[in-house]
Design a protein around this ligand. Sequence first.
Ligand code: PLP
Length: 137
Amino acid sequence: MNIAALAELLGEINGPVIIIGNAGEVNSGHFDNLTALADLRDAHPGGAWLHVDGAFGLFAGTSPRFAHLSLGIERADSVASDAHKWLNVPYDSGFAFVRDAAILQEAFLASGEYRGGPVCLDRKSALISGALPVVVR
Ligand SMILES: *Cc1c(COP(=O)(O)O)cnc(C)c1O
């Protein structure tokens, strides 16, 4: 990702933004400079959320040889990854870490006429819908 170009683009936006960085792009293996993206998030006056797609590369952090690639990932607001990529578990084993679970719950509990009611996050509803509940630790 061209950080300078992103910084320039963000300078043209007054409102809140979502910045999405890659930790291991699946075709090239590319890692974005996550520290620089976190700095841009912190500097954005309209508020910003930094999400990192770590589906393929989150586990680089476990290797002394490759850990430097994911520096800054600890500053993300959310990180998603797939256990089925490197942990040899069945397909569809995905998960996300979200810094502020209350914001996530608020978003998923929001309702509107067009949505047909709130999305419930309790275990019973999750079992019915097939989604896993949010685990708050
Ligand atoms: C695998 C992958 C995803 C999501 O893939 P699913 O298997 O559908 O969960 C997203 N981003 C990257 C970089 C990936 O490697």
